[in-house]
Design a protein around this ligand. Structure first.
Ligand SMILES: C[S@@+](CC[C@H](N)C(=O)[O-])C[C@H]1O[C@@H](n2cnc3c(N)ncnc32)[C@H](O)[C@@H]1O
Length: 334
């Protein structure tokens, strides 16, 4: 049963500390949403008209989950009752200073597109909220937009988690037929995540890589065979990387450099010109202040100008002062 309802309220689940940036983002999108109530990781907004499920199609970088609000309850059971029967329900709670999703029975399952899903959020032992959203492309399949993925012990950095969380959130597929160039690849968490999926990687960074990644290293770019998981370390700054370092067949551009969005996007544009086979971009934008989200439209426009049709900015549960910036070109024949 799909409830057809309108409400005056929506709620957003955020990373704690991102609430102010979310409000700024909403102001910059000229949305007629007014702050109604706020707790760490949880913000409700009101409108003069009515919200419907379509109101949630608004991509908001600072919201990991956006729901029509069905209201507040004193117990979990009462919150579940507000959602009513027949819908899958995601559970979330504020726990250890984070908004976390409770694991689902099958952690790898994704809801069907269009599926309406209930969410019950526990803010305290006596404060529960119930909401609804509709699953859509580029929305997290997981409760509270939190996959709960844990980093394996052999990863040299937390960047492993950022790649895996982005892959799960956006439903990205990486295969051995891809070839990724990553700027700012040391010590190698992202490279390891890709190699473990059979994906070859060209990593650009003057810094040293971890041994676990260098085990797959090739000495020259020309030694990299298509369809095999190898790693080529171009040990220099991004600005000194040339077409020769990239070779042919690069399909993804990634960056995790600790540089400003302007520097990263300039390099992204240069790399996309050097490697026109690039069909996807996944950048971790590192900010000095989350309120820089006010520049979102410029970052998205920069990717659109490079020919990326689908562009998204999203804060992930594993991010601090960061956002994932995604750009995709339509897929040709694989
Ligand atoms: C957060 S670390 C990257 C972590 C890495 N992605 C991983 O998976 O482990 C940031 C890296 O950016 C690199 N970096 C900063 N500026 C750079 C530039 N201009 N060119 C290439 N790498 C750069 C630094 O050397 C540093 O290793």
């Amino acid at each position: 049963m799909t409830p057809l309802l309108d409400t005056e309220f929506v709620f957003a689940l955020t990373n704690p500390g991102s609430e102010k940036a979310l409000k700024l983002e909403i102001d910059h999108q000229w949305l007629d949403w007014r702050l109604s109530y706020q707790r760490r990781g949880f913000v409700t907004f009101k409108t003069d008209g009515k919200f419907s499920l379509s109101s949630l199609d608004q991509p908001l970088a600072c919201a990991r989950r956006l729901c029509l609000s069905l209201g507040k309850a004193a117990t979990r059971e009462q919150a579940v009752a507000l959602i009513g029967p027949g819908l899958p329900i995601h559970f979330a709670r504020f726990h250890e200073r984070k908004m976390v999703g409770l694991p689902q029975a099958d952690p790898s399952a994704r809801p069907a597109l269009g599926q309406v899903i209930g969410t019950v959020v526990e803010l305290s032992p006596t404060e529960f909220w119930a909401g609804l959203h509709r699953h859509a492309p580029f929305l997290s399949p997981d409760p509270a937009g939190d996959s709960g993925t844990e980093m394996p012990p052999h990863s040299p950095s937390r960047a492993w988690l950022k790649l895996e969380e982005a892959r799960r959130f956006f439903d990205l597929k990486f295969t051995p037929h891809d070839c990724v160039v990553e700027l700012g690849c040391a010590p190698g968490g992202v490279v390891l995540a890709l190699l473990d999926r059979g994906v070859p990687v060209i990593g650009v960074d003057p810094a040293k890589m971890a041994a676990v990644v260098m085990d797959s290293a090739i000495a020259e770019r020309e030694d990299g065979k298509p369809g095999q998981p190898w790693f080529f370390h171009s040990r220099k700054p991004a600005a000194l990387t040339s077409k020769r370092d990239l070779g042919t067949g690069v399909t993804w551009f990634m960056s995790d450099m600790n540089q400003s969005p302007e520097v990263v996007l300039k390099e992204c544009s240069r790399f996309c010109k050097m490697a026109p086979s690039i069909r996807g971009v996944l950048i971790t934008l590192k900010l000095t202040d989350l309120l820089q989200v006010s520049e979102k439209s410029q970052w998205l426009a920069a990717l659109s100008e490079m020919g990326f049709h689908t562009v998204r900015l999203q804060q992930l549960s594993v991010h601090h002062k960061e956002f994932a910036l995604l750009g995709l070109k339509p897929r040709g024949k694989d």
